[in-house]
Write a protein that binds this ligand. Structure first.
Ligand code: KIV
Length: 274
C-alpha cells in the first residue's frame, strides 16, 4: 500500500531543471513565522548557518552547532508546506570524511524533515558530495566566499577579483557539479567569474553578491528586510522593518508611560477601579 504525502513541496529535480530557465528565488529563514510569510513566494528556503551571526550575535558562523541547525530547521519546516527547505551543515560537521558527513546529514534530515543539506567548499568536497548524493541526500554546494573558511581566507573578501584566481574557482565549480550537487551558491564573487561558471556548469548557480549573471539569487532575509545593523553593500533593502520595530516599541512605551495603554476596551470588559 502506498500513502501519498499530504504536502507537495518543490523538488530537487524541479530546481535542477531550472538551469538557464526561470530564475530560482531563494531566501534564508530561521523561524516558523518568517518562513510562513515567504513560503508562497520563494522556491528554496535556506536555513543558513548565518543564523549564528544574525540571530545569536556571533562574530562568525564557526560556533554554530548541529543542534542549533536542527532546532531552526525544524521550526522552518513547521512554518512551510511549499518551498524546498535546505539546511546548512555547520562547520566541523562534514569536513572530516564522507562517512561523518553522511551521519550528520542523516541526523539533520531525519530530525528536521528538510529535503537537502548545504555544505561549503569545492574540489576537496567532491567525494563527500558524491557519497551523500549516491545515498539519497541531495546536496547544495557553496563556493566563492565561504564564511566557514574565514580564518584561512583572512576575512569576508570578494573572490575572483583578479583573473589569476579564476581557474581554481572554476575547477571547484566543475568538481562539485560533476559530483552530483543539484545547485551551487556563488557567494561574494566578481561578476565575470560568476558569469563564466554559470555558463560552464550544468546545475543552477545561486548568487549572493555575485551579480545578476547567476541562475537564481539568495539573500539573508533579515538583510533584505532592513533588520540587520550592518548588511553587506550589495544588499537591497526591500523593507525597513528595523525602523518599524523601533517605532512600534517607542509608541508602546509612550502609551504605557502615559497610562493610555491598555485602553478600557482592551481589558476584558473590566471596569476601571476608581
Ligand atoms: O548561511 C547562509 O545564510 C548562507 C547564505 C548566505 C547563502 O550560506
Amino acid at each position: 500500500m502506498s500513502v501519498q504525502p499530504k504536502i507537495k513541496r518543490i523538488t530537487v529535480p524541479e530546481i535542477r531543471a531550472r538551469k538557464g530557465g526561470e530564475p530560482v528565488v531563494c531566501l534564508t529563514s530561521y523561524h516558523a513565522h518568517t518562513a510562513r510569510f515567504i513560503d508562497p513566494y520563494v522556491d528554496v528556503i535556506l536555513v543558513g548557518d548565518s543564523l549564528g551571526m544574525v540571530m545569536y550575535g556571533m562574530e562568525t558562523t564557526l560556533g554554530v552547532t548541529i543542534d542549533m541547525m536542527i532546532a531552526h530547521g525544524t521550526a522552518v519546516m513547521r512554518g512551510t508546506d511549499r518551498a524546498l527547505v535546505v539546511v546548512d551543515m555547520p562547520f566541523g560537521s562534514y569536513e572530516e570524511s564522507p562517512e561523518v558527513a553522511f551521519r550528520n546529514a542523516v541526523r539533520i534530515i531525519k530530525e528536521t524533515g528538510c529535503t537537502a543539506v548545504k555544505l561549503e567548499g569545492g574540489k576537496r568536497l567532491a567525494e563527500t558530495i558524491r557519497y551523500l548524493n549516491e545515498r539519497g541526500i541531495p546536496v547544495m554546494a557553496h563556493i566563492g566566499l565561504t564564511p566557514q573558511s574565514i580564518q584561512t581566507m583572512g576575512g569576508f573578501k570578494t573572490q575572483g577579483r583578479v583573473e589569476e584566481e579564476w581557474a581554481a574557482i572554476e575547477e571547484d565549480a566543475a568538481a562539485i557539479a560533476g559530483a552530483g550537487a543539484f545547485a551551487v551558491v556563488l557567494e561574494g564573487m566578481a561578476e565575470p567569474l560568476a558569469a563564466r561558471i554559470t555558463h560552464q556548469i550544468s546545475i543552477p548557480t545561486i548568487g549572493i553578491g555575485a551579480s545578476a549573471e547567476c541562475d537564481g539569487q539568495i539573500l539573508v532575509l533579515e538583510d533584505m528586510l532592513g533588520l540587520s545593523p550592518k548588511a553587506p553593500k550589495f544588499v537591497k533593502e526591500f523593507a525597513t522593518l528595523g525602523a518599524q520595530i523601533a517605532g512600534a516599541a517607542e509608541a508602546y512605551a509612550r502609551e504605557v508611560r502615559a497610562r493610555t495603554f491598555p485602553a478600557v476596551e482592551n481589558t476584558y470588559g473590566m471596569k476601571k477601579v476608581k
